[in-house]
Design a protein around this ligand. Structure first.
Ligand code: ATP
Ligand code: MG
Length: 261
């Protein structure tokens, strides 16, 4: 199961990604969670201490490894191998929190991961390996842009979840993300509405989403807000939110069962 999570800033992408990752890990599945947001904070959401989170080296900064595998040091230019061996990168660079193996992508200076440089090529090869070659559950916590997903890898995403909140701007972003995703070849794009207070909010999001299917909703939760403030995971602090996450996980499983993947 390969799940990408996107949406406007602050809507709850990390809350949903970490919640699903911890829940699937609890069910005994091997989960790899990728922090693909330049402003990375997934580790804390998975239960890492600030020290452990700070110690996670983004893949793009693994200079020695990138040079060893591509033949060129990051930022140096020159000739490099276009299909580096990345098969051991999860074991080598992944860090485990709450039963979830996590890796940070980091950002490539100028031009995103599409840039013709050794580190961009290394990241691209890693994404491809993760999405195409492995059968673990992969959850990608992304930003509103989805540029870590290039052509050739995006098709391997089973479902892209756009997180929205009851507000017009996040829904507008959702429609933009869907257009980008469709252009890249992602066939299944669904929404999860977060911070939903009441039936009115639920009605609003259904209406505003138009033909984007609503996979589920997560309630606005004081316990989640406090957990975030204290640097703790939001999964396991509010039974209502946990229940909704389980419903979303079940809806995902059902959806993917029916898909050709
Ligand atoms: N259901 C909820 N109830 C209350 N607060 C929430 C809920 N979901 C998220 N939040 C709070 O909203 C803020 C943003 O959440 P989160 O970090 O998950 O969003 P994000 O989309 O990953 O943000 P960013 O774009 O900065 O990566 C956090 O302070 C989080 O605790
Ligand atoms: Mg985030």
């Amino acid at each position: 199961m390969k799940i990408a999570v996107s949406g406007k800033g602050g809507v709850g992408k990390t809350t949903l990604s970490s919640g699903l990752a911890l829940l699937f890990a609890e069910e005994g599945r091997r989960v790899i969670a990728i922090d693909a947001d330049p402003d990375a904070n997934l580790a804390i959401a998975l239960g890492a201490t600030p020290e452990a989170a700070a110690a996670c080296v983004p893949l793009v900064e693994e200079d020695e490894l990138i040079e060893e595998r591509t033949g060129a040091a990051p930022g140096k230019g020159g000739m490099f191998i276009l299909n580096p061996d990345v098969s051991d990168v999860v074991d080598r660079c992944g860090v485990t929190f709450g039963g979830v193996t996590m890796l940070k992508m980091g950002t490539v200076e100028r031009g995103g991961s599409g840039c013709m440089c050794s580190e961009g090529t290394f990241l691209k090869a890693f994404m491809r390996h993760l999405l195409v070659d492995r059968d673990d559950v992969a959850i990608l916590d992304m930003e509103a842009g989805i540029e870590h997903l290039g052509r050739g890898t995006a098709e391997a995403v089973d479902v892209l979840i756009v997180v929205i909140e009851p507000g017009g701007r996040s829904v507008q972003t959702a429609h933009q993300v869907r257009r980008l995703a469709t252009d890249l070849g992602i066939t299944d794009v669904v929404a999860v509405a977060n911070k939903v207070r009441d039936a009115d909010d639920a009605l609003f999001v259904r209406d505003a989403l138009g033909d984007i299917p609503l996979l589920g909703t997560l309630p606005l939760s004081e316990a989640v807000r406090l957990a975030d403030r204290d640097g703790r995971p939001s999964y396991g602090v509010d039974p209502d939110l946990d229940g909704s996450l389980h419903d979303i996980a079940a809806a995902l499983a059902q959806r993917l069962d029916r898909s050709p993947h």
